[in-house]
Design a protein around this ligand. Structure first.
Ligand SMILES: *[C@@H]1O[C@H](CO)[C@@H](O)[C@H](O)[C@H]1NC(C)=O
Ligand SMILES: *[C@@H]1O[C@H](CO)[C@@H](O)[C@H](O)[C@H]1NC(C)=O
Ligand SMILES: *[C@@H]1O[C@H](CO)[C@@H](O)[C@H](O)[C@H]1NC(C)=O
Ligand SMILES: *[C@@H]1O[C@H](CO)[C@@H](O)[C@H](O)[C@H]1NC(C)=O
Ligand SMILES: *[C@@H]1O[C@H](CO)[C@@H](O)[C@H](O)[C@H]1NC(C)=O
Ligand SMILES: *[C@@H]1O[C@H](CO)[C@@H](O)[C@H](O)[C@H]1NC(C)=O
Ligand SMILES: *[C@@H]1O[C@H](CO)[C@@H](O)[C@H](O)[C@H]1NC(C)=O
Ligand SMILES: *[C@@H]1O[C@H](CO)[C@@H](O)[C@H](O)[C@H]1NC(C)=O
Ligand SMILES: CC(=O)N[C@H]1CO[C@H](CO)[C@@H](O)[C@@H]1O
Length: 749
């Protein structure tokens, strides 16, 4: 069999296309050159990034030209595809929003099932609009910014055969080198259509060798970094748990094989979503690499009646020419300033003590108050009462009962919650006039069959007909897609927060979804959950909200929109936490991480790590605290705590607002190290660790990064060295034994 080359015909069309473009070219430049639209070609420009695509005038398809370092002026045209096999011209080019059918055999970004059953679409360019600033996404979390911060290009597409329209939205944050994409699909026809698959972002990178970096894990072992070659074919990951999950994070990085932490090109993609998701990377037969992030197609099947619209979550993409570290810092800066809505995004994270590992669910007014007194003596500023405080008909004495009944247990708290909170907030943190604050734990999306709520509303729990409602941790998930469930959660949390002076809420979530009434419930649940989060966080803006899902089961940008911090992992072993926190920092700012010192031997690993090491690791998270009962500590451990708390408070502003440099990775060395540099560059703090004793006693040098080469820095109040010296030569530390650590302050002189 032989194939005829279509090269000549296609080349002719392309000449025509240039002629057409130059006739219609009316260059619009918005916000400097953040968005340049030139008839049928579009460029989004950041300080160090350009993202360029154009419309093929023959097909109306959007063709990708470039996503990478800055490009200025005219650009060279890509070689025309040679069609010499089964793969049609559409399968041999780089496309912005690949649809199903018509010769592109790679994974499509959208699959729409029409009422007649067809799943082909032909979405063609119709028009575009440019908006200064960034419109919100209806019902979904989204990055935000002023008209100076961000500019948005919306490209309107239409399928004339099915009367389906799609709007692709591209927002550029030039200072962050970030492009944020989302898409909505509207049914303009007469019959129903069903969206079977929809990616928020699809990007085709040119023919070259690439590697992918992503996070995998499970409960208590989140955010382990994986890196592998992108092979021909499809490789992917995702979540079908109903939530973003511990198993994989909705984050992907693509890099060159030679890219390191500090050198080379890195693309980062981060999906602003808390539900099930899919990430696919496909190296097609032509060698292009396609990356898709969006809804998990196995949990979508979203029906659009005439006139209805489905909006995808948005996907952030950043580009860095300064390695994986540069990619992370761009995401961190963007998320601190343009994603986290809380007024505490970069401030006010009191050192806290959480009762969970210390008291378990066996709490009552007297032992919580006692714990508060002990905490205050150590210099703690916030006492958090964890699980066990609620339920009367079905008291929450263990995990078999009570979830759903959000009233304080009268036997455990005979004078009520308000009295306890008043007593606790009358205490002062040691040697200060700072009153102790009070925080509380809740798990509002859940119900135990042993609860008053479940007996009154068995239909509120997610279930699929008569299939058994399978328990996990003895509990069921409420169907937050139902408006009555949303109202119940909003009302019960409002009542709780008005009943006492509560300044912190830990919002937990301890299982995945099993029986789902329909695939589309997954996204309907998320829309309901975001409504609940939005209502409560705007009603109680002075509350510091912390997200949690059996640790980092929902450490995602969707949650961060509403909650400025998330409990990073139920694994509080300092040694394991180094890798978990550094893995999480690939996509998420350290300001967002909750990290605590717990007692030893550790509840998860049975390992005993020195208290200084546990403390030093914990203070690399924005929300530092203790997860223990001080009364049960060894004297020397207890004696070490006040100084560790003071050091944590000292470094906290740098961790909250500064840039993070991962100097050495725990998966690559026995001596991981991290540097934080304050936003104004005047202060820095270095964390250096030795994981295991090193019998030959050689002492590594830690070379710093990101300093001002010409500036001088005083190291721990002593010697002064130039930034150049600290970056070229470094500092040496002598460690003895397992799990040793140092925290070193640098002050610019
Ligand atoms: C507009 O497009 C034409 C044709 O592709 C190109 O020659 C020209 O440089 C473009 N102008 C701008 C401002 O991008
Ligand atoms: C599709 O329909 C629109 C409006 O109905 C029309 O302007 C456009 O020319 C049509 N495009 C094609 C390719 O038929
Ligand atoms: C679809 O998205 C575009 C761009 O964000 C927006 O202008 C339009 O209002 C959206 N349509 C609906 C129905 O939400
Ligand atoms: C369209 O979808 C709606 C909602 O799912 C459904 O109630 C209706 O019966 C469907 N109509 C047709 C003609 O299938
Ligand atoms: C509170 O709980 C502790 C056990 O943790 C118990 O010893 C104490 O008697 C209880 N106090 C009250 C008032 O119930
Ligand atoms: C409070 O001050 C006393 C006296 O200086 C000191 O012994 C104690 O360690 C301090 N406590 C804390 C938590 O700093
Ligand atoms: C409900 O509580 C009873 C009595 O405490 C216990 O035996 C049972 O296992 C609980 N049921 C569930 C589903 O947890
Ligand atoms: C709070 O303090 C009051 C007055 O000192 C005392 O009567 C009460 O038992 C305390 N209650 C709690 C819950 O600690
Ligand atoms: C790493 C890099 O190329 N940084 C550049 C980014 O863009 C700004 C402003 O154009 C330059 O000053 C940086 O040097």
């Amino acid at each position: 069999m032989r194939w005829f080359s279509h090269r000549a015909a296609v080349a002719a069309a392309s000449v025509l296309s240039i002629a057409t473009q130059s006739q219609v070219a009316v260059a619009e430049s918005v916000n400097g050159n953040a968005v340049v639209a030139n008839g049928t070609s579009f460029a989004l420009n950041g300080d160090n990034v350009s993202y360029i695509f154009h419309i093929d005038p023959a097909t109306g398809d959007l063709i990708s030209d470039h996503f990478g370092g800055s490009v200025t002026g005219a650009i060279p045209a890509a070689a025309e595809p040679i069609v010499n096999g089964w793969v049609g011209a559409t399968g041999r080019i780089r496309r912005e929003f690949p649809d199903q059918g018509r010769g592109d055999f790679r994974i499509p970004a959208v699959r729409i099932r029409q009422s007649a059953g067809y799943t082909i679409s032909d979405l063609q360019y119709q028009s575009h609009t440019i908006v200064q600033g960034k419109p919100g996404l209806p019902g979904l979390p989204a990055t935000f910014g002023s008209e100076e911060d961000v500019t948005t290009l919306v490209v309107h597409l239409h399928d004339n055969y099915s009367s389906v329209a799609a709007d692709l939205s591209y927002s550029i944050f030039p200072k962050s080198d970030a492009i944020v994409r989302s898409v909505n699909i509207t049914n303009l026809g007469e019959g129903n259509v069903t969206i079977d698959a929809l990616s928020s972002l699809s990007v085709d990178l040119p023919y070259e060798e690439l590697e992918m970096i992503y996070l995998r894990g499970d409960w208590a072992r989140e955010a382990h970094r994986e890196r592998r070659k992108v092979e021909y074919g499809v490789q992917g990951f995702g979540s079908s748990t109903g939530f973003s999950s511990h198993l994989h994070n909705p984050f992907l990085s693509l890099v060159h094989p030679s890219t390191t932490e500090s050198q080379g090109e890195a693309w980062g993609f981060s999906l602003v979503y808390t539900g099930s998701f899919a990430v696919n990377v496909e190296k097609g037969s032509q060698g292009f690499t396609r990356a898709l992030l969006g809804f998990n197609p196995s949990q979508l099947s979203w029906t659009l009646r005439p006139g209805e619209t489905l909006t995808s979550p948005e996907c952030v993409s950043v580009y860095s020419a300064t390695g994986i570290g540069g990619m992370s810092r761009s995401l961190h800066r963007l998320y601190r300033k343009h994603l986290i809505k809380s007024k505490f995004a970069t401030s006010d994270r009191p050192a806290l003590l959480n009762s969970w590992e210390g008291l378990d669910a066996s709490i009552n007014a007297s032992n919580v108050y006692q714990l508060a007194e002990e905490s205050a003596k150590l210099g703690i500023k916030l006492l958090v009462m964890d699980d066990g405080w609620f339920g009367n008909e079905y008291p929450r004495d263990d995990d078999t009962a009570g979830l759903g009944d959000w009233q304080v247990n009268q036997a455990k708290f005979p004078d009520g919650l308000g009295t306890l909170v008043n007593n606790v907030t009358a205490l002062k943190a040691a040697n200060t006039s700072t009153p102790l604050r009070f925080g509380i734990w809740v798990e509002p999306e859940m119900v135990n069959p042993n609860s008053t709520l479940y007996h009154e509303h068995p239909d509120w729990a997610l279930h699929a007909g008569d299939y058994p409602r399978s328990l996990s941790r003895n509990q069921l998930v409420l169907n937050v897609a139902l408006s009555e469930v949303q109202e119940f959660i909003i009302d019960s949390m409002t009542r709780l927060l008005k009943s006492a002076d509560i300044s912190y809420v830990k919002w937990d979530h301890n299982r995945g979804i099993h029986e789902m009434p329909s695939p589309s419930t997954d996204h309907a649940y998320m829309l309901g959950l975001y409504h609940v989060f939005e209502t409560l966080t705007s009603r109680f803006p002075d509350v510091l909200w912390e997200g949690c899902a059996s640790g980092g089961g929902r450490f995602d940008p969707g949650v961060l929109q509403y909650f400025p911090q998330i409990w990073t992992s139920d694994d509080t072993d300092g040694g394991e936490r180094v890798a978990i926190q550094m893995g999480t920092s690939l996509a998420y700012p350290p300001s967002a991480m909750g990290a605590h010192i717990s007692a030893v031997p550790n509840q998860q690993s049975s390992r005993s790590v020195p208290v200084e090491f546990r403390g030093h690791v914990a203070m690399m998270g924005g929300s530092f605290g203790l997860e223990l009962n001080p009364e049960e500590l060894h004297e020397d451990e207890k004696a070490a705590l006040p100084a560790l708390i003071q050091l944590a408070e000292k470094v906290n502003p740098i961790v909250l607002e500064g840039d993070m440099w991962r100097l050495a990775l725990p998966e690559e060395t026995n001596w991981p190290a991290v540097l934080f540099i304050s936003a104004d560059g005047t202060k820095a703090v270095l964390f250096a660790f030795q994981m295991r004793a090193n019998i030959d006693n050689s002492s590594p040098w830690v070379r710093l990064e990101g300093l001002d080469a010409k500036a001088e820095y005083r190291v721990d109040g002593g010697s002064v060295y130039t930034g150049q010296t600290l970056m070229s030569m470094g500092l040496q530390f002598v460690f003895e034994g397992d799990y040793q650590s140092r925290v070193v302050m640098l002050d610019r002189v």
